[in-house]
Design a protein around this ligand. Structure first.
Ligand code: ADP
Ligand code: MG
Length: 152
């Protein structure tokens, strides 16, 4: 697989990365964020949303599971940390979101690995003492192209 690994020295680098990807996603893009508490998933999502043209301030939808925003495309921000099992995702309309023309960004996507679509971009964020190590794993041609365009 075409994995890419980079190091983000500080919070600003995480934000820059989010901004960069926010400009590249298109209708139906699925971004899966993986990483422990404090890894930077929400920080990344906030700048991602901003560069997608979302004006609202984004917070983690931990209890609501999904929040909807409108930018140049609809944005669906999931945080599935409190999900009991993958089946619960279907009760909140997961199928419709995943197959929509909006952009889905999913925090803790590893917890619903069994119901992820065929193609998506996985971004794995690892906590390091002085920054974060980020691994990009594109699943599908669309996402391979996307990370090439990112020029990481
Ligand atoms: P998560 O959503 O993964 O739980 P958050 O984004 O809420 O994580 O919190 C991440 C914390 O780490 C924030 O306090 C943020 O300022 C900090 N942070 C983000 N990126 C970096 C980085 N590259 N280096 C150091 N600290 C970072
Ligand atoms: Mg979070």
């Amino acid at each position: 697989i075409n994995m890419k690994r980079i190091f983000l020295e500080d919070e600003n680098k995480t934000k820059e990365l989010g901004e960069k990807l926010g400009k590249l996603v298109d209708a139906g893009s699925i971004i899966c964020l993986v990483g422990d508490l404090g890894a930077g998933k929400t920080t990344f999502t906030q700048s991602f949303a901003k560069s997608l043209g979302v004006d609202d301030y984004i917070t983690s939808p931990t209890f609501t599971i999904v929040n909807e925003y409108q930018g140049r495309l609809p944005l669906y921000h999931f945080d599935v940390y409190r999900i009991g099992c993958s089946e619960e995702m279907y009760d909140i309309g997961y199928d419709e979101y995943i197959n929509s023309d909006g952009v889905c960004i999913i925090e803790w996507a590893n917890l619903i690995e069994d119901i992820l679509p065929d193609e998506y971009l996985k971004i794995d964020m690892k906590y390091k003492e002085m920054g974060r190590e980020v691994t990009f794993e594109p699943v599908g041609e669309k996402y391979e192209k996307m990370i090439e365009e990112m020029n990481l």
